[in-house]
Design a protein around this ligand. Structure first.
Ligand code: GLP
Length: 248
């Protein structure tokens, strides 16, 4: 694993944005997997701003998100589809057929998971996958305990996200909000992965994921086995790793 230490949040967002743009410039038909959340919003905004000022060719690229919420409207501002659309796919003018997302509502999510994978496979697989990390070490929505051989599936979302979404949309308890996520096996098949984390609250889990054993209890630790994974950290997220390695 290669670790890149960004000075601060602004530096972090800029480095990540240039990784995405670099991938697009290097391969005009790149298939790029994104992630939603606070970690990635800034990088998406910068990619969009640079594109607006200095447009580059995005006509051949495919964008998708590593996961999606289920059983709520796609138009909900908190769906991954809406977030990626507003933050980056829309500003870049990515055509609908090049923005591959599973639906949020379906009678047969198992078939939708397979179709999602098939569509990505038809494009030649993932060139670059950007990942965030959950406080419990989850990647995508693969929670601790998920087998490394897992393939795109419907997982459970954490209690905080569940509560927020229910509050926002007034969803009754009977409806189970799930998370359609690429499985760990699918994520690991990406040719390049960038695991990005910023903020002090991510410092502890990043130390576990990078310096601890490879274990299902910390899903992100599997990335230690990936042949081309870069970890991007701002100073706050790197603090525990730096204090541990300082003493080695
Ligand atoms: C959610 C998403 C993940 C994301 C993670 C971190 O669980 N499904 O894909 O990586 O949150 O989010 P944040 O960047 O807001 O901390």
């Amino acid at each position: 694993m290669k670790i890149t230490f960004a000075r601060d949040e602004a530096d972090f967002d800029l480095i990540a944005a240039w990784r995405i743009i670099g991938q697009i410039l290097q391969k005009h038909d790149s298939v790029i997997g994104l992630s939603t959340g606070n970690t990635t919003k800034g990088m998406h905004t910068i990619v969009s701003a640079i594109y607006k000022k200095y447009p580059f060719d995005v006509s051949g690229i495919t964008l998708f998100n590593v996961d999606e919420l289920t059983n709520l409207p796609r138009e909900y501002s908190g769906s991954c589809y809406s977030m990626i659309l507003h933050e980056i796919a829309g500003p870049l003018g990515i055509q609908e057929h090049n923005f591959i997302m599973p639906p949020t509502i379906s009678d047969d999510f198992t078939a939708e998971c397979r179709l999602f994978e098939k569509r990505l496979e038809e494009r030649g697989g993932t060139d670059l996958q950007i990942l965030g990390i959950g406080l419990n070490g989850h990647i995508g929505i693969n929670q601790p305990g998920t087998p490394f051989e897992s393939e795109t599936w419907i997982s459970t979302i954490g209690p905080e996200t569940d509560a927020r979404v229910r509050r926002d949309l007034n969803i009754p308890k009977e409806i189970v909000i799930g998370g359609l996520t690429r499985g760990i096996k699918n994520i690991m098949s990406s040719r390049k992965i960038i695991l990005a984390a910023k903020g002090e609250h991510k410092a502890e889990i990043m130390a576990k994921a990078l310096l601890g054993p490879v274990t299902m209890d910390v899903p992100a630790s599997v990335l230690q086995l990936h042949p081309d994974c870069e970890v991007l950290l701002d100073a706050a997220a790197a603090s525990v790793i730096k204090s541990i390695t300082r003493n080695i």
